[in-house]
Design a protein around this ligand. Structure first.
Ligand code: FRU
Length: 484
């Protein structure tokens, strides 16, 4: 698979676009470059970062290593959108150019304050002997797309935890009139935690407030990455990525991204679950979700990938993309995740579904009779290759089977995922891009998201079951553009 990278190659400092222009020319015509999903200009994309809504614009960054499909020196690359469907590249913004972030500007969140756009991120510092020291840093994003960094970090490494402390999420608590920064952390005996710091002023002095106590989750994975606390429909939702833990129904996957609905007491730093931990996505490639909100909506975006995974485009020196934005709601002790309504704006024209051929960039809408079905996607003309998505109505069981893919993927994490639907399945919305599929069940009760890399003749589908099928060809939502 992908080539070996030396430390020097991975952490080479990026100075200007001429260094990667040839790389962009090499990859831009790859058949797997996405049409309407955010993907890296070159190199590797992982987590979404600093996602906010401000002044009529959605701002989103991604973790970016310019050099190739490798986790090396991380930067923040910036995009904006007026409607969450059409995105424009703004360019590289936050660079590892201080001692505190000398080996990468790691993930973090954004906050709109007094018409100013602040970001909070992890400065991944390494000493000469490669000892890691994670700092929590802040910067203001200027109109000129530069990051005006504070002189000093807000939070220094915490000696009571390992060097796995990162991914600040900032939240303002109205009652206590305090800002809270939540960080993913690892105890010395390798247990995942969230720790909190608080301050009266957004860029003020942050004091250690303690560990967030999440009842029943004291021993739940080795490290919790990308924590988030969101207020949705009158409930608190704790979103995080527990690592190195096996969960029922998640095959052999070891890293997950999920949530617990409950109530957070900021004073006592206690989170009382009102239900179980659920994964956010039932598919194979989903991680590091992050949310942004405008007055009445909460929108999620995530990395359509996983740590320790390889993809066929690694050989082309690029990898990763973000999921489509989803609107979140709380239903009982679960979240629903519907594709944002604005995505209808990507529909170019309706396509005759009886031909069972997918256009380049497609959306399938299937209203079923609630009975069993089998949907084959991205197969060749004879039904070989691609994935098989089936529903057993009696058991309410949904199965996503990728064992038939002609280009196999990360088989160490298994090929089949089965999930019991929360309610009878009557509707599917399926978004198919050049190297991904997202299946929304009943408008978001559950979602199955996966990368896949079809061969040239693999663009057919077949629906076995009773239902009304609509098919649309979608436009380029994210412009393919080399902008640094
Ligand atoms: C999650 C993660 C974060 C970290 C970032 C580095 O995918 O490992 O914890 O900040 O990626 O790129």
């Amino acid at each position: 698979m992908s080539r070996e990278w030396t430390k020097e190659e991975r952490y080479k400092v990026f100075t200007d676009e001429s260094e990667i222009a040839p790389l962009y020319d090499k990859i831009k015509d790859s058949p797997y470059r996405q049409k309407y999903h955010i993907m890296p200009v070159t190199g590797l994309l992982n987590d979404p970062n600093g996602f906010i809504y401000m002044g009529g614009l959605w701002h989103l960054f991604y973790q970016w290593c310019p050099w190739g499909a490798v986790h090396g020196l991380k930067h923040w690359y910036h995009l904006v959108s007026t409607d969450l469907a059409h995105w424009e590249n703004v360019g590289l913004c936050v660079k590892p150019d201080t001692d505190y972030d000398n080996k990468g500007v790691y993930s973090g969140s954004g906050f709109a304050y007094d018409d100013r756009y602040y970001i909070f991120y992890t400065g991944n510092h390494r000493d000469e002997d490669w000892t890691r020291r994670p700092y929590t840093c802040a910067a203001e994003i200027t109109m000129a797309n530069t990051a005006r960094k504070l002189d000093k970090p807000l939070i220094k490494p915490n000696p009571d935890y390992t060097d796995n402390v990162r991914d600040p999420k900032i939240v303002y608590n109205e009652e206590l009139k305090k800002y809270f920064i939540f960080l993913g952390a690892q105890t010395k005996d390798k247990k995942g935690r969230i720790i909190a710091y608080s301050s009266k002023d957004i860029l003020g002095k942050y004091d250690f407030a303690g560990e967030l106590k999440v009842e029943g989750y004291e021993d739940f994975g080795e490290m919790w990455e990308c924590p988030s606390v969101e207020r949705i429909d009158g409930k608190d939702v704790l979103i995080f990525c527990p690592q190195n833990i096996h969960l029922p129904n998640s095959g052999d996957a070891k890293d997950h991204n999920g949530y617990v609905v409950g109530d957070l007491d900021y004073e006592m730093l206690t989170f009382k679950p009102a239900g179980h931990f659920h994964v956010l996505d039932e598919g194979f490639d989903f991680y590091a979700a992050q949310c942004a909100a405008n007055s009445d909506r909460k929108i999620l975006s995530a990395w359509m990938g996983l740590p320790d995974s390889e993809y066929p485009t690694d050989d082309e020196d690029w990898s990763g993309c973000l999921t489509l934005p989803r609107e979140l709601h709380v239903k009982g002790s679960r979240l629903t995740q519907a594709p944002v309504v604005e995505l209808a704006g990507l529909r170019h024209h309706a396509v005759d579904a009886t031909k069972e051929t997918l256009p380049d960039g497609a959306e399938l809408v299937i209203d079923t009779d609630g009975k069993d079905f089998a949907l084959r996607l991205l197969s060749d003309e004879d039904g070989k290759g691609g994935i098989l998505f089936t529903y057993d109505a009696r058991k309410k069981s949904l199965t996503f089977d990728r064992s038939g893919l002609s280009q196999k993927l990360n088989e160490q994490y298994g090929n089949v995922r089965t999930h019991t639907a929360v309610s009878a399945v009557t509707r599917l919305r399926v978004f198919i891009d050049r190297s991904s599929v997202e299946i929304f069940v009943n408008d978001g009760d559950e979602v199955f998201t996966s990368r896949l890399f079809p061969r040239e003749n693999e663009h057919h589908f077949h629906f076995d079951g009773k239902g009304e099928i609509k098919l649309f060809s979608l436009i380029h939502g994210v412009k393919e553009e080399f902008k640094i």
